[in-house]
Design a binder for this molecule. Structure first.
Ligand SMILES: Nc1ncnc2c1ncn2[C@@H]1O[C@H](COP(=O)(O)OP(=O)(O)OP(=O)(O)O)[C@@H](O)[C@H]1O
Ligand SMILES: [Mg+2]
Length: 264
């Protein structure tokens, strides 16, 4: 395995929202992450690129409390934190859309959208406010232009792209200050992908949300993100402001890295 190259670190703009240092993660004999660092500021969008198996999803799952790192430190809004559960990360304002979606197929769309944060009717009986949840779910989906006729439908009956849209809408409408998106555009048609990008850009324009997006399309990522980082075989091999690199440059780095790996 080649050592990660020393890179001048492009600095994020704005106050730091999330930072990880020296993250190591092993699955048995597989070292998925070999000491990875990242940071993202409020109002900034970081793109994470890299080939299949590079460790992108594993990093995100550590940042969202789903996996525990074997080593490394995480800071949320400048404070050292141990993200030992997804609920802990969520309580700190970190919300995630996983690549392998975490929706419950047997529940309705609106139930899924309010999973673990159900709206209750006022009063002592803690009754679920189904009507409010339905209305808010409709609004949230209309907001991202997703065409779903009925929020009472079971999620298991939807297409992959529709499910993806619901997972994104749920994260976006959660008041999270740190939003982690693992391939939110995968399984999306061109129109739906455009709507998700527009929604993410509106969020970014609010200026107080830090967004991390894993993607495979270099051009699309450079277009929407402020900064990109490239992961290869469990390491960050390149980082740049989006305006200071190009799809061609990224592709060349990937090719060079794998040539070096093969060569020795
Ligand atoms: N739960 C797990 N158990 C065992 N190995 C795992 C697990 N999750 C990931 N891995 C391994 O860790 C490595 C990194 O996987 P990861 O899912 O982070 O890659 P990725 O960069 O997200 O790839 P892709 O672009 O295909 O989604 C791979 O070798 C994978 O097989
Ligand atoms: Mg992945």
């Amino acid at each position: 395995m080649t050592a990660p190259q020393a890179q001048p670190q492009p600095q994020p703009r704005g106050p730091e929202a999330l930072r990880a240092e020296g993250i190591v993660k092993r699955f048995g004999s597989v070292e998925a992450l070999g000491g990875v660092g990242m940071q993202v500021a409020a109002g900034e969008m970081l793109g994470i690129l890299g080939d299949n198996g590079a460790g992108k999803s594993t990093l995100l799952k550590i940042l969202t409390g789903f996996h525990q790192p074997d080593a490394g430190t995480i800071y949320v809004h400048g404070q050292h934190q141990t993200l030992n559960t997804v609920d802990r990360a969520r309580a700190l304002g970190i919300e995630c859309v996983y690549q392998d979606l975490a929706l419950v197929n047997g529940l309705s769309i609106y139930h899924n959208m309010f999973l673990n944060r159900e709206l209750l009717k006022p009063g002592p009986f803690r009754l679920l406010d189904h009507r409010a949840m339905r209305e808010r779910a409709m609004d949230a989906l209309a907001d991202i232009g997703v065409n779903i006729p009925n929020v009472n439908l079971e999620v298991g009956r939807l297409s992959g792209g529709q499910r993806q849209a619901i997972a994104v809408a749920r994260a976006v409408h959660s008041d999270a200050k740190i939003l982690l998106l693992d391939e939110p555009l995968a399984a999306m048609g061109a129109r739906e992908a455009g709507q998700i990008i527009a929604l993410i850009e509106r969020l970014k324009a609010r200026g107080d949300i830090a967004i991390v997006m894993i993607a495979h399309n270099y051009a699309q990522t450079l277009e929407v993100c402020d900064r990109v980082m490239l992961m290869q075989h469990g390491s960050v091999t390149y980082e740049s402001h989006a305006a200071e690199t190009s799809p061609a440059e990224l592709l060349e780095i990937v090719r060079r890295e794998y040539r070096e790996m093969r060569g020795g």
